[in-house]
Design a protein around this ligand. Structure first.
Ligand SMILES: [Zn+2]
Length: 274
């Protein structure tokens, strides 16, 4: 697959299905990828809802259980998938992230020898894992994703990370931990993160970045700290993360400074160099 003008195409230049959703805002420069499950009965039902103005919700992409991909909103336009959310000092992640929805029934309850979804469909044991969500304390049933779905999702995520220099892949349950449980324990987030960024959860970020605008560099991780003599850094200054982070702030070696300049910059004004 490939991206042309922020829309998804097959390698032979035929477009993926596009069902335009009105549930969108203006153009933006995405920094993160957020994974979701639909908690719906089918990809088609979820798409029909996410393109309905009454839903007041959307996503950039919906991936069906057969691996089918449908785009609802161009990747450079804000979709309404994150709701009230926070991550590393960013509030309202719609403005900073691309959203992918995976067709999945979500949480399931035991019903005799089977499992039942909130909308009444039943599932056999082979389609379910029992697991404790990382934000919860008691095990529940979770609808498994299909191999086709996860394969396509990883392929698309790799393309998006490369094309838009995304900094991280997160779950809705990372950015809204009290309200949301998707994509949940059935989603292989650690594998995704390792495959996309070559690092594990909690591993230090020592990647290279570049400033996207003129940005201040400070002695510590907040605007309270004094500016370095080199501040402000000009647009396009090359940086290397030291691994130290605090909220949205990262400590950086300034590669373009010639000497040994080290200071803190806000993550909003930098992007990954891939
Ligand atoms: Zn979600």
């Amino acid at each position: 697959m490939k991206i042309i003008d922020h829309l998804l195409y097959h390698d032979d230049d035929t477009p993926y299905p596009y069902r335009s959703s009105p549930n969108r805002s203006g153009t933006f420069d995405p920094k993160f990828l957020i994974m979701h499950y639909t908690a719906g009965s089918s990809a088609q039902a979820s798409i029909n809802w996410l393109i309905n103005p009454r839903a007041k919700a959307s996503a950039h992409i919906v991936i069906g259980r057969d691996g089918s991909v449908t785009q609802l909103i161009p990747f450079n336009v804000v979709a309404w998938h994150a709701g009230a959310s926070t991550w590393q000092g960013y509030n309202g992640l719609n403005k900073y992230s691309i959203g992918i929805e995976l067709d999945n029934a979500g949480t399931l309850v035991r019903a005799g020898s089977q499992w039942r979804s909130w909308f009444g469909s039943t599932y056999s044991d082979e389609e379910v894992i029992e697991a404790i969500h990382k934000n919860e304390t008691v095990a529940r049933g979770w609808h498994l994703y299909t191999a086709e779905q996860l394969y396509i999702a990883l392929d698309l995520a790799s393309l998006l990370v490369e094309q838009y220099h995304l900094q991280d892949v997160l779950g809705h349950d990372d950015i809204a931990p009290r309200a949301k449980t998707d994509p949940g324990p059935a989603f292989p987030m650690d594998t995704f993160r390792a495959r996309l960024f070559g690092r594990q959860e909690n591993e230090q970020d020592t990647r290279n970045y570049v400033t996207t605008t003129m940005v201040n560099i400070r002695r510590g991780p907040s605007a309270e700290y004094a500016l370095l003599p080199q501040a402000p850094l000009s647009t396009g200054t090359r940086l290397e993360a030291t691994g130290n982070e605090s909220g949205a702030w990262k400590e950086m070696n300034v590669l373009d400074a010639g000497g040994n300049v080290q200071g803190w910059v806000h993550g909003r004004y930098i992007k990954l160099v891939s």
